[in-house]
Design a protein around this ligand. Structure first.
Ligand code: SAM
Length: 197
């Protein structure tokens, strides 16, 4: 990995900023190299690590959104240092309010959902409408502390999020969607294709 980007990942982890882990980064890189999307949508910018992985792996334009302005500012510094700032368009605010505006009139080859878990399904449904043929939607951290896999009874404080995530995964595994869940990668990663019905 590029040394500048490696440093950014290390600084983020040291500061407990939840950036994607190495396996997820490797998967994003592989998918970008394979699909060669012209445009990528990312939900959850944080300090710009995963967006940099994707923008360095293919010659895409990338839209990304985060509610935390300080993180977006730091991300801009990273993109500038990496020479990719011109291809990345960062939106500050709540994805639930901004998504329609960001995606208006656009199609994406890759969508990476790594933001608020409670909004995964609504983001997914909207993203699916804006997905190019042959594109994929990647949902990160779907294993949620290892509690989502199986039918186990989750601890009370995690119950809602675990049940919602199970129902999300079930939904995105039914036609017209085809989803591969990699429980052992990252915090659990789901990769979804939309198939013709
Ligand atoms: C897991 S981090 C993203 C990590 C980043 N994708 C990476 O791997 O480098 C999730 C981000 O989602 C942002 N977020 C949470 N709720 C949000 C919302 N409602 N709208 C937009 N961003 C949100 C948080 O501020 C946080 O930076």
């Amino acid at each position: 990995m590029n040394e500048v980007l490696k440093g950014a990942f290390e600084r983020a982890r040291a500061a407990f900023i939840p950036v994607c882990d190495n396996e997820c980064a490797a998967l994003l890189e592989e998918l970008c190299r394979r699909i060669k999307p012209r445009r990528v949508l990312e939900i959850g910018t944080a300090v710009g690590c995963s967006s940099s992985v994707m923008a360095l792996a293919c010659d895409c334009e990338l839209d990304t959104v985060d509610v935390d302005g300080a993180r977006i500012e730091e991300a801009h510094k990273l993109w500038r240092d990496l020479g990719i700032e011109g291809r990345i368009h960062a939106y500050l605010g709540d994805v639930r309010q901004l998504l329609f505006r960001i995606t208006e009139g656009k199609k994406y080859g890759i969508v990476f959902i790594d933001g608020p878990k409670s909004a995964y399904k609504s983001i997914f449904l909207h993203a699916a409408e804006h997905l190019e043929e042959g594109g994929v939607i990647i949902s990160d951290d779907v294993g949620y502390l290892g509690l989502v896999k199986g039918n186990g009874y989750p601890p009370h404080k995690h119950r809602t999020i675990v049940y919602n995530m199970r129902s999300y995964l079930e939904y995105i595994s039914q036609p017209p969607y085809e989803t591969k869940i990699m429980w052992d990668k990252g915090g659990g990663i789901a990769v979804t294709e939309v198939k013709e019905v």
